[in-house]
Design a protein around this ligand. Structure first.
Ligand code: FES
Length: 553
């Protein structure tokens, strides 16, 4: 029986007995590898969305993979004997093209002002020095890289450290997803699988990305890494077990409290990083704040210039773990809200990341029909976070869903589009997942604002950071109560503040020092220990504007 094979949306008739890797190569699809299909590098992963029964059984080399993940070099198309699949295999590589990953930052106070170039890596004739210590003799260029290592996506910038110019940037889906889509699963995976597989897999992908830059990787002498506490510590091969257990503290935070270290930042050599950069390069992991409030939140504060900000600023990065920072140069509070992956399309029947085929905007017309906009202008395949926010807002506006997330007329499923590859729909149970994600965010907002002793209208600027924050409709977000009910001009959809902060810390020693000091100023609000957390959460699960709770000043 003929088997139709769809890889990354490209379709072909599969050749039986050939590996998925070879079939992908024949289709011109780039599959990451460092071991020439030997089953050793673990980089050639694919996620099989449909038709696992038409593939050969998992091999010993795939023992570390869970769920629908396979190594494409070890997986052969055998054909299905069952009538249901109809001989269809649908899968995708980790490095899917056109994934919308935010690489830039917008609307920052420092935008347009030149930052003084003051890198740690300098030149003295042909001597290349890090903090004044010679690491190489070369007349060649001096480069550095900044990385925002997210649970879902990775963004890397290559900088010329002598001119301060951005030379290139790149982004890809974090391949560690085979260990789970959120932080707690990754911690459990790393703890139960010896060999640092998550770190090694990422290092393989990252090495390929670095090698594709238009420079000799050995001219990279410094790297600044930001990420949430778990992602950063996995990268530096720290034991992450304690971040998954209450009171959720990184090893570095524990050691800081015990007086064994002076900062939660980490440093290692290029050699130890497993990356193709200069072996004596310095790899600096920016300091984490506390608990799950990590180095990415710290980098956002640096990018927003919080150390000099007199106005009251809020920075909210909505994601699997939403980070919220509120304050100014005098006082800063931060919290991490365990929202889960619902607003990134996870745990939603037709949810998907912001890839081609994702419904990203939804409106309900006067005739009651859905008007949708799809990324890539292709047939809809699913719905991503910004589309979900629009959809909930429109259902609420038109009375087709009430504040408790129930659909009218006992309907349990609302179909947005009909298509050849299936319908895209929203279930009432999906709304429940989204309500809980929203409840966690709102609880974070209420805990931080009430602890600070301020109301929403005291905020002068509300930065929505990250890819999700960049693309959501603010009015729709306000209507469903995902963000506070502020005037539109107070919101800045700021994009990737974390990579901006990492870049600033890379090109300026003074700013890196400022970052270290800024982190020490932050008061961490632990949501789980706040007496009103549960009430805030329950209230926040309702789809209505977030009202400020009255607070003593
Ligand atoms: S190509 Fe290395 S494991 Fe498949």
């Amino acid at each position: 029986m003929a088997v139709t094979l769809i890889i990354n949306g490209q379709s072909t008739e599969a050749e039986l007995g050939l590996s998925l890797f070879d079939q992908a190569e024949a289709m011109g699809i780039d599959v990451p590898t460092s071991c020439r299909k030997q089953g050793k590098c673990k980089e050639c992963m694919v996620e099989v969305v449909e038709g696992m029964e038409a593939l050969s059984p998992a091999t010993e080399a795939e023992r570390h993979l869970k769920g629908n993940f396979r190594l494409s070099c070890q997986t052969f198309v055998t054909g299905s004997s069952g009538p249901v699949s109809g001989g269809l295999v649908r899968c995708h590589t980790m490095r899917r093209g056109h994934m919308r990953i935010e690489r830039q930052a917008y609307g920052l106070p420092a935008s347009g002002q030149a930052l003084e170039l003051d890198p740690a890596v300098t030149r003295d004739g042909d001597r290349i020095l890090i903090d004044g210590i010679e690491v190489e003799r070369s007349a060649g260029p001096i480069h550095g890289i900044a990385m925002d290592l997210g649970t879902t996506t990775v963004v890397v910038r290559l900088m010329d450290l002598e001119s301060g110019e951005l030379i290139a940037d790149t982004s890809f889906e974090n391949p560690q997803r085979f260990g789970g889509s959120e932080i707690m699963s990754r911690i459990a995976y790393d703890t139960s699988h010896p060999g640092r597989l998550l770190m090694r897999t990422l290092a393989g992908y990252l090495s390929h990305a670095i090698e594709k830059f238009p420079i000799d990787p050995k001219t990279i002498y410094e790297m600044v890494v930001v990420g949430n506490s778990t992602m950063r510590d996995l990268f530096f091969r720290q034991n992450v077990y304690s971040i998954g257990q209450t009171p959720y503290r990184s090893i570095t935070e524990i050691e800081l409290a015990e007086g064994k270290r002076k900062t939660t930042s980490l440093v290692e050599s290029g050699l130890r990083s497993l990356l193709p950069i200069h072996p004596k390069a310095r790899v600096y992991g920016a300091p984490i704040i506390s608990g799950h409030v990590g180095a990415d939140a710290a980098a956002c504060m640096l990018a927003a210039d919080l150390a000099h900000e007199e106005r009251l600023i809020a920075i909210m990065d909505i994601g699997t773990n939403t980070e919220l920072v509120v304050g100014n140069r005098d006082r800063i509070l931060a919290a991490s809200c365990p929202a889960g992956p619902a607003f990134e399309g996870g745990a939603i029947a037709c949810g998907m990341p912001a890839l081609d085929g994702a419904i990203e905007e939804v409106e309900i017309g006067e005739d009651g029909n859905f008007e949708i906009r799809v990324i890539g202008d292709v047939a809809p395949d699913g719905i991503c976070g910004s589309g979900l926010v629009d959809l909930l807002s429109e259902l609420l506006r038109t009375g087709r869903m009430n504040e408790r997330g129930r659909f009218e007329d006992d309907v349990h499923r609302i179909v947005l589009s009909h298509g050849e590859s299936g319908n895209v729909y929203l279930l009432e149970s999906d709304v429940n997942e989204l309500a809980q994600a929203k409840g966690a965010n709102v609880a974070g907002i209420q805990v931080v604002f009430s602890t600070y002793g301020i109301n929403f209208d005291d905020i002068d600027m509300f930065y929505l950071a990250g890819g999700f924050g960049r693309h959501i409709n603010v009015e729709a977000s306000k209507r469903i109560g995902l963000v506070p009910n502020l005037a539109p001009e107070e919101f800045v959809r700021a994009g990737n503040l974390a990579i901006e902060g990492a870049t600033i810390a890379l090109i300026s020693k003074a700013k890196r020092q400022e970052l270290e000091e800024l982190v020490r100023k932050v008061q961490h609000c632990r949501l789980e220990t706040h007496p009103n957390f549960f009430d805030f959460f329950v209230e926040g699960c309702q789809f209505k504007a977030v009202e400020p709770i009255s607070c003593a000043r």
